[in-house]
Design a protein. Structure first.
Length: 204
């Protein structure tokens, strides 16, 4: 009887240990996020489809919206320019869960820059908090900005480098497509897909 109890307790201990290890593993993605990381998402709304269609990869593009991580774990926050040509919006900071909720795809990329330079990108982006959303998608001035423009402007201001020198043109005007903000040369993939983003409700 004592032997059976000992075996039961051992099995319970092993089970509890495995639960703890699983929980730790599920949070590892968030723990890796750092200020200055580029965060991307795709949703199912009309404007998401339009943004994807305007990407340089067209229908093969994964993402439709971009932001920057301001603070890492445990309270991950993101700065982004949110809005559309009809409802407008502005540059704001939001929680990780709010940014990722109802997304069909997500990704986090780290620019191949020193930590001080990535922090500089965040600081430049934060200077735009409250700036109206640019529903006209013009890059000639920064009195209004849209999501990819915010990242592009912050990167350029902090590093002196134009991240997208060869900008695509649509209806006679240049714009900043989502997929031009990252590639294997300038950024390293930190996390990809909903599987590495725990505790968030995703669209099906």
């Amino acid at each position: 009887m004592l032997k059976r109890c000992a075996v039961t307790l051992l099995l319970l201990a092993l089970f509890a240990s495995s639960l703890g290890a699983s929980a730790e593993s599920s949070d590892s993605g968030l723990a890796d996020f750092q200020p200055g990381d580029l965060i991307l998402r795709r949703q199912t709304g009309l404007w998401s489809h339009i943004a994807t269609a305007l990407s340089t990869n067209g229908s093969r593009a994964r993402f439709s919206h971009a932001g920057l991580i301001v603070a890492g774990a445990p309270d991950v926050t993101i700065i982004h320019a949110i809005g559309d040509p009809l409802t407008r919006g502005e540059v704001e900071t939001i929680s990780w869960a709010d940014f990722a909720q109802d997304s069909t795809d997500l990704g986090v990329y780290r620019y191949r820059l020193s930590k001080p330079m990535r922090l500089g990108i965040v600081a430049r982006a934060q200077a735009y908090i409250g700036t109206p959303f640019d529903g006209d998608f013009l890059i000639e001035n920064d009195r209004k900005v849209y999501c990819t423009e915010l990242v592009w402007l912050a990167y350029k201001a902090a590093t002196g480098i134009d991240l997208i020198e060869d900008k695509p043109v649509q209806m006679g005007q240049k714009y900043i497509p989502v997929d031009a903000l990252y590639d294997r040369v300038i950024a390293t993939e930190i996390c990809s897909g909903t599987a590495c983003l725990p505790g968030v409700r995703h669209a099906r």
